[in-house]
Design a binder for this molecule. Structure first.
Ligand code: BYC
Length: 328
């Protein structure tokens, strides 16, 4: 015996103290940072949510990206190009946040293209007209803002900090979408009808973005206790409806829900029930565009293999030169 060995009792006592410190940090509403001790479940939950979020940003480039070459003016093309590029940036911040938890980015990408990790249901719907570009920015980015602003106060530091910049950019995206739609609504009857048609197709999928209803959300309770999530799925969905109804009225579009009305007593809008079986189908791979979205991501990843190889070779050469320089 050297006298330095720890008994398993001391080890579990130590672990208990670490756990207490973690709980205390959460209770004081302070941040957990990557080198802090954290329970395995907390780490796993964060990797799951952040990876899904990152995948959503990257897959989310596809539906709007299809319109970059077909945007009706140079101004609209430049705006759309910048927006899609921003989504790529969001994906990168998020993958970096996941890496601080010990996840491997190449592994996360592989899990996405093998269908082992999810991405947001919303990006499995088609974009047949240019009005879809405006409606995605208005409704989908609007829903993203409702969901992500509270994540700026998420308990995990790198995730919360990434969300600050993401939300600023999403807010800009949403405004440009609203501006595009208001321009179309001041145009021809055909343009107005195209906007209304896109609103009719995107409204319910936008409500589904917030996830299943609270009673069917297996992760919410624990994620709220850990302050990863700050509000339940239904709370955020309600907030989105209340925010969007006056914007729809100002635009002059109708939201396709006969049950939508102001409830004086609650001080909120009542609204209909999304088709949860549709959300389930889309999440489990059977939405209108799931197959093509994942196939395209897989092709982009495979086509980019030579870039990754060249970058690694370049980095190895630079490192070898630096070593030679240091030795000389
Ligand atoms: N789609 O227990 P729940 C963007 C899954 S990017 C697919 O409530 P949780 C943008 C959920 O993962 C938008 N899957 O889970 C980009 C869970 O499955 P697992 C992305 C969904 O995590 C480009 C199961 O269903 N935003 O805005 O507590 C252009 C049970 O759900 C969905 C984020 O990722 C869905 N809609 O809550 C424009 C935000 N909903 O993993 C815009 C961050 C649920 O247990 N994420 N599932 O097998 C979150 O806030 C939460 O993860 C969610 C779900 C609210 C989405």
């Amino acid at each position: 015996m050297t006298g330095f060995e720890t008994t398993s009792l001391e080890e579990s006592d130590f672990e208990l103290r670490l756990h207490e410190q973690f709980d205390d940090t959460i209770a004081r509403d302070q941040r957990i940072e990557p080198r802090d001790w954290m329970p395995d479940g907390y780490r796993r939950t964060l990797i799951r949510q952040i990876a899904q979020h990152a995948h959503s940003e990257i897959i989310g480039m596809q539906p709007e990206g299809e319109w970059i070459t077909r945007a009706p003016s140079l101004r609209r093309k430049a705006i759309l190009f910048a927006k899609v590029q921003d989504e790529a940036g969001h994906g990168l911040y998020l993958y970096s946040a996941a890496e601080t938890l010990g996840a491997d980015r190449a592994d996360l990408t592989q899990r996405l293209i093998d269908g082992r990790q999810k991405y947001s249901s919303i990006f499995n719907y088609p974009t047949p007209t240019f009005a879809d570009v405006g409606v995605i920015a208005w409704l989908v980015d609007g829903a993203a803002i409702c969901n992500q602003v509270p994540l700026c106060r998420s308990s995990f530091g790198p995730y919360a900090r990434a969300m600050v910049r993401v939300c600023k950019e999403e807010s800009f995206h949403q405004r440009q979408g609203y501006e595009l739609l208001s321009t179309m609504m001041r145009g021809t009857d055909h343009q107005r009808a195209t906007v209304q048609d896109a609103v009719d197709r995107w409204w319910w999928p936008s409500l589904m973005m917030f996830g299943p209803p609270d009673g069917d959300s297996p992760n919410s309770e624990q994620s709220m206790a850990w302050r990863i999530k700050r509000h339940t799925n239904d709370e955020l969905r309600q907030r989105f409806v209340d925010m969007t109804v006056p914007q729809a009225a100002a635009l002059g579009v109708t939201l396709p829900d006969p049950e939508l009305r102001w409830n004086e007593e609650r001080g909120r809008h009542d609204f209909g029930t999304p088709d949860w079986s549709e959300l389930h189908r889309v999440i489990t791979g059977d939405g209108p565009c799931n197959t093509e979205r994942v196939a395209r991501r897989r092709a982009a990843h495979e086509d980019g293999a030579w870039v990754r190889e060249a970058a690694s070779a370049h980095a190895a050469t630079q490192a070898a030169r630096a070593r030679e320089g240091a030795a000389a």
